[in-house]
Design a protein around this ligand. Structure first.
Ligand code: NAP
Length: 254
């Protein structure tokens, strides 16, 4: 079901302190929606919230801590009654170097990007069931389309997210809950500012937020952008593995 233009939705943005999540929360607030803002760094959330009094709720939350998630969901329930859309945007990116497998690094990335998603969804489901045209959205990545060098941990976490969510959609359809998987290409944020390699077709966080809101409003199953980049990646992903890996072997390197 698509959003009604006039409808004010109750939305939880998880990972709203910087980058894509911050721009997304700002756009949703400026459109008049009621938005619960979560992240670990609450100062940035407070500054955003101060611009939109009465419309927001600041809910500190570390997605790797189950107690934080339960407390956040409790507060959202008390304040909003139910929830129409949850957007899981919290994410971290760490790369492996020279094929050195660092299992602690892999665990850290999976904890934030994948297990955090599962814990948040488990906790929030009762609120969503009381929502209007309930919707689960999460920011995965176009890195999930195909294996990229150094992205063993990050890409695996995003591929896990995408698979989990596309499968969940099949099971939640009879319950009237839709699932939107968001796959950005490169977006300029503090996360990508750390990258030491070329990032073709990079867009701003505000452009990414506009793409996401448009896709959520139309309830698109997969929201991917910028399309000139994501279509190219999808085409490369469809090639035979030998050819695909000849093309990707030199990407994501300094
Ligand atoms: N930028 C890109 O090119 C790009 C491309 C594809 C996908 N993505 C995905 O887009 C999402 C947003 O990334 P971004 O580029 O905007 O990066 P960012 O500016 O670093 O933002 C990451 C957000 O996630 C939050 N976060 C991280 N760990 C958390 C935790 N343990 N608990 C709660 N919140 C946590 C951060 O808040 P605190 O640190 O305050 O907790 C911050 O609000 C990520 O999932 C990323 O993988 C980004």
């Amino acid at each position: 079901m698509s959003w009604d233009r006039q409808q004010q939705r109750r939305i939880w943005v998880i990972g709203a302190s910087t980058g894509i999540g911050h721009a997304l929360a700002r756009q949703l607030l400026s459109e008049g929606h009621h938005v619960a803002l979560s992240a670990r760094r609450t100062a940035a959330l407070g500054e955003l919230a101060a611009e939109f009094p009465d419309q927001e709720l600041v809910v500190p939350c570390d997605v790797t801590r189950k107690d934080d998630i339960s407390a956040a969901v409790r507060r959202i329930g008390q304040h909003f009654g139910g929830l129409d859309t949850v957007i899981y945007n919290a994410g971290s990116c760490e790369y492996l170097n020279d094929g050195q497998v660092d299992a602690d690094l892999v665990e850290r990335v999976m904890a934030t990007n994948f297990f955090g998603l599962a814990h948040c969804l488990e906790a929030v489901m009762p609120l969503l069931k009381q929502g209007n045209a309930p919707q689960i959205a999460a920011v995965s990545s176009s890195a999930a389309y195909l294996p990229l060098p150094r992205a063993e941990a990050y890409g695996a976490s995003k591929a896990a997210m995408s698979y989990f969510l596309h499968a969940l959609r099949l099971d939640l359809r009879p319950h009237g809950i839709s699932v939107n998987v968001i796959c950005p290409g490169f977006v300029k944020t503090p996360l990508t500012d750390r990258n030491d390699f070329a990032m073709p077709c990079q867009i701003s966080a505000e452009q990414a937020a506009a793409e996401i809101v448009a896709g959520l409003r139309r309830n698109k199953k997969e929201i991917h952008f910028p399309r000139r980049f994501t279509r190219l990646l999808k085409a490369v992903a469809s090639l035979p593995l030998d050819l695909q890996q000849k093309l990707t072997g030199q990407l994501v390197r300094a």
